[in-house]
Design a protein around this ligand. Structure first.
Ligand SMILES: Cc1ncc(COP(=O)(O)O)c(C=O)c1O
Length: 400
């Protein structure tokens, strides 16, 4: 059976060059990066080379990078670390309704602990409004956390504008850039962020490793205590192979940025346009102007997204409904709901996400299989048949 992988926002296939870079650090150069001896020094050098590569990807200093176990830990560390370190100044934080659960659940926990959180709404495009942010800022606001690109729709927030406002008001600014860094240019100074979350497995690196950028001089409390690793920011023996993998993935991603924008965008556009042409009553969810080049989120009226996902899986095509990507749950997407869509549209949504490893044949197969699958499922749906007949009757009446 042909296998088509269009769920790259959930995770990506590791680049063989990343595996090659990591591999000596399991059996041969296995030292602890904190050890004084030769084994340790080799490991330290590998970690610092990786730190430089990650810093180069986002335009910061190597000492501003802290390695973590992934995007989730970086988000938790950033938010909890700032909350704990700055609670003397204030106990109010601002975020958005469309964040990844790694941010949302952390914010909710802080609320249980006595902090106050404002969740900014988004418009139909999935974008926050600057006026809402301006209105939400208070004297006691200590952190603004706004994601860069959304994992379900690919919508890109105007971080530069948020950064300007945060700077003007003297508020620290964190962004979850798990879905953007390594795919589009991300420069921490240009965007004006103080903290930025990265994850390796979304850019063909290993799972379970990520990084948090912390601007030099930003004071915060550590989440993991236990040693002076990572300049005291994150205790625990460094995951040397993972960190080397992240470094290599970051270096490869940086080199491939232009190709990503050109080739992956063109494949995504071909897929999206083809599906819209072949499937009646299909609609794009979210901004098409401020959007990542590799993601499309579409609703197919009258079709249940989860059922479509399973049917496609049986035909060798891996996609996501977006909502299930992070939690494995069948809850309707909180992102599409926040964008103001009715349940029908939310429940019929499908997310297709590409990567630099996506090939033309995969797009061709998806264009071949998806339309007939949607049609078959619609034929089985009494609700869809009824609504189609109603639309036809209304059309006939309008013409007579
Ligand atoms: C936007 C966003 N933030 C955070 C995460 C969590 O990253 P990780 O899987 O590395 O913990 C993800 C992954 O799904 C994501 O898409």
């Amino acid at each position: 059976m042909r296998r088509v992988y269009l769920d790259n926002n959930a995770t990506t296939r590791m680049d063989p060059r990343v595996l090659e870079a990591m591999s000596p650090h399991f059996l041969q150069d296995f030292g602890n990066a904190s050890s004084i001896h030769e084994f340790g020094q080799q490991a330290r050098e590998a970690v610092e080379t990786a730190r430089q590569a990650v810093a180069d990807l986002i335009g910061c200093l190597p000492k501003e990078i802290v390695f973590t176990s992934g995007g989730t830990e970086s988000d938790n560390t950033a938010i909890r670390g700032i909350a704990a370190g700055h609670s003397g100044k204030g106990r109010h934080l601002i975020t958005t309704t469309i964040e990844h659960p790694a941010v949302l659940r952390t914010m909710e926990r802080l609320e249980e602990e006595g902090f106050q959180v404002t969740y900014l709404p988004v418009d139909r495009q999935g974008l926050i409004r600057l006026d809402d942010l301006r209105a939400a800022v208070r004297e006691d606001t200590i952190l603004i956390s706004v994601m860069h690109a959304n994992n379900e729709t690919g919508a890109i927030q105007d971080l530069r504008a948020v950064g300007r406002l945060a700077r003007k008001k003297g508020i620290l600014f964190h962004s979850d850039a798990v879905q953007s860094a390594g795919k589009i240019p991300v420069d921490v100074n240009d965007l004006g962020v103080d903290l930025l979350t990265l994850s390796a497995h979304k850019i063909h690196g290993p799972k379970g490793v990520g990084a948090l950028y912390i601007r030099h001089g930003v004071e915060m409390k550590s989440l993991l205590l236990g040693g002076s690793h990572e300049r005291g920011r994150r205790g625990g023996t460094e995951n040397v192979p993972g960190i080397v993998g992240l470094g290599k993935a970051a270096a490869l991603a940086r080199k491939g940025l232009a190709d990503f924008d050109l080739r992956v965008r063109s494949l995504r556009d071909r897929l999206e346009t083809g599906l819209l042409e072949r499937i009646p009553q299909a609609r794009i969810n979210g901004s098409t102007l401020r959007r990542m080049p590799h993601t499309t989120n579409l609703s197919f009226r009258g079709v249940e997204g989860e059922a479509l996902l399973i049917s496609l899986d049986l035909q060798g095509i891996a996609v996501s409904t977006g909502a299930a990507c992070s939690s494995g749950s069948l809850e309707p997407s909180h992102v599409l709901k926040a964008m103001g869509f009715q349940n029908r549209r939310v429940e019929s949504a499908l997310r297709l996400s590409l990567s630099r490893m996506t090939i033309e044949e995969e797009i061709a197969t998806a264009l071949d299989v998806l339309p007939s699958t949607v049609q078959r499922m619609r034929e089985l749906s009494p609700l869809y048949r009824e609504s189609r007949n109603r639309v036809q009757r209304e059309g006939q009446r309008a013409h007579s």
